[in-house]
Write a protein that binds this ligand. Structure first.
Ligand code: 13P
Ligand code: SF4
Length: 370
């Protein structure tokens, strides 16, 4: 139950205030659910104004969060870019821990709230900073690129950081600037394989997997094709390679969303987390979404109730304390050069090995790389 929810009722004022949101979600949310969501949406939006807070909502949030309270919505790259430029005092991360850490690293002086500290990620949990140090010992001189779905300590061990939207470009920059024909790309085994298909750089991978996307296989895609031969099939690059070889388009959550909104296909299948289709539906009213999807249990820990609680309490359960600590670990020594020159600066040190980059620089680089 939400903090102070006794006062939150579905009054005619709340109904009028939230009517535009209801129009966007009415095909995905029942009228009974709406009577519970609408008062929370109205109150969260009031609290945001009062406390100078913004909510950064990932594409996998449920529609009442995504359309109701998200100030900025998008993929992990887009949310990192918004975090870096927001003038807000408080950032509420409607997403998972590594996203909150990314925001904290980029905005060390702001309060970053994650509504449920248990919102993890199987990829981020698959590797530690000690693992990365061991890999680097085994492959001396080979640059390390970490996926943004990692802890700040792991990023602090890397040379560059990427997201699903720019992994190929970042790997190629890492190889070129280090003068290496190989790059270590951690921790997603499937993202690494999928990047390897698109570049001549040799990829050293780790065995991490996204528990949502690893569950799709080639048989799923064949069955979908047989059942809906005219549907366009889109998949996230965290899916196994055998899946990506059979689909029409692979891209980050925002790339998939842009594809559907721009092209408005008659039928579409999104091989990814279930809320994606719910959220895009408002922008593609003529598209029929066919639904073999999987839920991310971590993303689903975020609710309107705990977003409200995080904003009310501000410093208690919602505070990303782990994020604060890790952000300090990732920032390392202060670097006064402008972010752009750091991002563009050479990777190779005078000794020929890539210098160690810290979390804030890495994430700025990931956010700058198109
Ligand atoms: P995107 O960067 O594509 O939004 O991916 C984040 C994520 O966690 C997908 O599983
Ligand atoms: Fe992590 Fe996969 Fe969930 Fe994304 S969908 S947060 S990669 S477990």
């Amino acid at each position: 139950m939400a903090v102070g929810s006794a006062a939150l009722e579905f009054t005619p004022d709340v109904e009028a205030l939230t009517a535009p949101v209801w129009e966007k979600v009415r095909t995905r949310v029942t009228p009974i659910e709406w009577r519970l969501h609408a008062p929370l949406i109205a109150e969260i939006n009031r609290l945001k104004r009062e406390k100078k807070a913004v909510i950064l909502a990932h594409n996998y949030m449920t529609p009442e969060i995504f359309h109701g309270v998200g100030d900025f919505v998008g993929d992990s790259l887009g949310l990192a870019r918004e975090a870096a430029k927001t003038p807000a005092r408080i950032i509420v991360q409607a997403g998972v821990q590594f996203m909150a850490e990314t925001s904290k690293v980029l905005c060390p002086d702001k309060t970053v709230l994650i509504p449920d500290l248990r919102a993890g990620c199987s990829l981020a949990a698959s590797i530690t900073a000690a693992d990365v140090r061991l890999i680097k010992e085994r492959y001396p001189g080979v640059p390390v690129v970490t996926y943004v779905n990692t802890t700040a300590e792991v990023k602090a061990e890397a040379d560059l950081c990427c997201t699903s939207a720019n992994a190929v470009q970042v790997v190629e920059v890492a190889a070129r600037t280090a003068g290496s024909d190989r790059v270590i790309l951690l921790p997603d085994e499937f993202l690494a394989r999928n990047v390897a298909r698109q570049t001549s750089v040799r990829i050293v991978a780790w065995a991490g997997r996204c528990e949502v996307h690893e569950r799709f296989d080639a048989d799923d895609i064949r069955q979908v094709r047989e059942a809906w031969p005219n549907a366009e099939i889109l998949a996230h690059p965290e899916c196994p390679t055998e899946v990506l070889e059979l689909v029409d388009f692979a891209g980050s959550t925002s790339a998939m969303s842009d594809y559907v909104v721009k092209r408005q296909p008659r039928q579409v299948v999104l091989i990814t987390e279930c809320s994606m289709a719910d959220n895009i539906a408002a922008e593609a009213p003529a598209t029929e979404f066919l639904r073999p999807c999987n839920l991310c249990p971590h993303m689903k820990r975020i609710t309107l109730e705990n977003i409200h609680e995080a904003l009310v309490r501000e410093r208690l359960r919602g505070r990303s304390r782990a994020g604060d600590h890790r952000a300090r670990a990732a920032r390392g020594p202060t670097d006064d050069r402008p972010a752009a020159s750091r991002a563009a600066g050479p990777l190779r040190s005078r000794q020929g090995a890539p210098p160690r980059r810290r979390g804030a620089d890495l994430i700025r680089f990931a956010a700058a790389a198109a």
